[in-house]
Design a protein. Structure first.
Length: 277
């Protein structure tokens, strides 16, 4: 691993495959982790919120307890991936070595990053929902605006969030956002039909500090209106992580010189591979 690149792989499961990587390992959730894993259940932490915040519990711990160690180190790139999603080394040559997939994982700083300060995942489109699913999940939105059914420009991030993570919840959350971002973020989710998924980013220490400051300030405000005991089903339980995912896509465009980068989905237990480019 390049000395100026630090990647944490955040997981809620102790997997043997991860221990062979050149990444730092971070364990979150209820599983017991071996000594290779960094624990975020100490110092200033929100470990007990993992089932609602997902990997953000480690992000918070890193921000509060470790990020200060990299102050003024502008040459450093620090980032995060997940137990089944990994950054790829090459942007264009996406031929994967299936026999040893980790050979293709990011370990060096690519030349293509030279003029950028933040890396996020390649975007996904949300305007490809099947019409039958739109009727089943988005009927409230369709009643308010039947034109959504025929106009892909109206099949936005907000519609997608309403359909999959709770109708009206994103709109309520935006009302708790700081004034500098509130109207712009609202416009973003109401006009865009792509976002950069999985809360995966790689950036400079100073930018990570600003990102985490804005993010957790907002999410902690959202806790005042979204009580943990009310977030019961799969699609809403990790509401705070889903909110962060959409906010990151806006935030990097507003405040950074960002570049979108390919990643691979790899389930080591099922040996399933899917490239996202």
């Amino acid at each position: 691993m390049n000395k100026d690149l630090l990647i944490y792989c955040v997981t809620n499961k102790d997997l043997n495959f991860l221990k062979n990587l050149e990444y730092k390992l971070a364990g979150v959730g209820k599983d017991k982790f071996s000594e290779e894993y960094v624990s975020s259940n100490n110092l200033d932490n929100i470990f007990y919120k993992e089932e609602f915040y997902s990997e953000l519990t480690f992000h918070y711990w890193f921000w509060k307890n470790k990020l200060k160690n990299f102050e003024n180190k502008d040459n450093m790139w620090i980032g995060f991936c997940q137990k089944r999603r990994f950054w790829l080394q090459n942007e264009k040559n996406l031929e994967i070595n299936h026999s040893n997939i980790s050979d293709d994982f990011l370990t060096e700083i690519p030349m293509e990053w030279k003029n950028f300060d933040t890396i996020v995942c390649k975007p996904i489109n949300v305007d490809v929902t099947k019409l039958s699913k739109m009727i089943k999940r988005g009927w409230r939105n369709l009643i308010n605006d039947p034109g959504i059914f025929f106009n892909k420009k109206k099949q936005t991030i907000k519609l997608h969030f309403d359909m999959y993570h709770g109708y009206g919840l994103l709109e309520k959350a935006i009302e708790k956002m700081n004034e500098k971002d509130r109207s712009k973020f609202k416009n973003f989710v109401n006009s865009s039909n792509t976002f950069n998924p999985h809360i995966m980013l790689i950036s400079k220490p100073r930018i990570l500090n600003l990102w985490f400051r804005d993010l957790f300030e907002w999410l902690f405000e959202c806790e005042k209106i979204f009580k943990f005991e009310d977030l019961k089903n799969y699609e809403t339980k990790r509401l705070f992580a889903y909110l962060a995912e959409r906010y990151l896509s806006y935030w990097v465009k507003e405040y950074t010189r960002y570049k979108e980068w390919p990643y691979v989905f790899y389930d080591s237990e099922k040996n399933f591979i899917e490239i996202n480019n």
